[in-house]
Design a protein around this ligand. Sequence first.
Ligand SMILES: Cc1cc2nc3c(=O)[nH]c(=O)nc-3n(C[C@H](O)[C@H](O)[C@H](O)COP(=O)(O)O)c2cc1C
Length: 238
Amino acid sequence: MDLIQVIRDRRSVRSFRPDPVPEEDIHAMLEAARLAPSGGNAQSHVIGVVTEPRQIEDLARAAGNQAWIAKAPLVFALCAELTTNLAGRDDADFALIVNKKRFGAELIEYLAAFPDQSAVARLFENAAPLIPGQHIVLTAVSRGLQACWVGHLDVTMASLMLGLPQTHACLFLLPVGYPATGRPQPEKKSIEAITFRDRWPASGTNPGSTPGGRPRARPEIARLPLSGFFHGLPNPPG
Ligand SMILES: Cc1cc2nc3c(=O)[nH]c(=O)nc-3n(C[C@H](O)[C@H](O)[C@H](O)COP(=O)(O)O)c2cc1C
């Protein structure tokens, strides 16, 4: 099936037939997750494949008692290794430099001094399962299955249910199965409503839902030669 058709057919489905998901499909979804990109190719995602009904029910409880989850024949527990340790890094550390650029040095220094570093690591690893998870979702749809992201989750409780060590946390669930009923596509914004070209429009319709707002003044930047390297990896020849 064409990828755009798979994307069009995807819905957040919360009602599944009881039929088990074939092992071959589980394998295909895990293969898609395995091939996902990750920052610095860190691959800190770890995926629990949960099919035991009691275990699924316990995860539904950890997900704010979302009853529909308990009826899924398969739940992927999207976990991450909590590798981020801001406190233990020296100033030249690449990840520290990047994160200071992204979020501001003040916030990163505050988080580095925060007493519960495992909570900070959880925050930083929150994004780790997102791309592998969406690879799973799209592979599911390509095989006649559907899924629904679950982020309303007591991460500590879910991690305990799964018996994870302190080094890992379960950050999202993905219940998967054959849809019991069809669902219309929920309304999505138009391309125009989510897009701008090159620079934020100075006048006319702005993307997003916040009206107005003057565009930020664009500062002059030093036009130094661009580096051909990223993270020690050379650009491909040519
Ligand atoms: C990160 C994330 C977390 C979500 N968490 C939940 C959840 O806990 N429970 C739920 O029923 N739906 C959850 N959803 C599904 C959204 O409600 C759904 O994607 C949205 O309503 C749009 O519908 P669609 O996915 O069919 O396009 C989540 C979606 C995302 C992307």
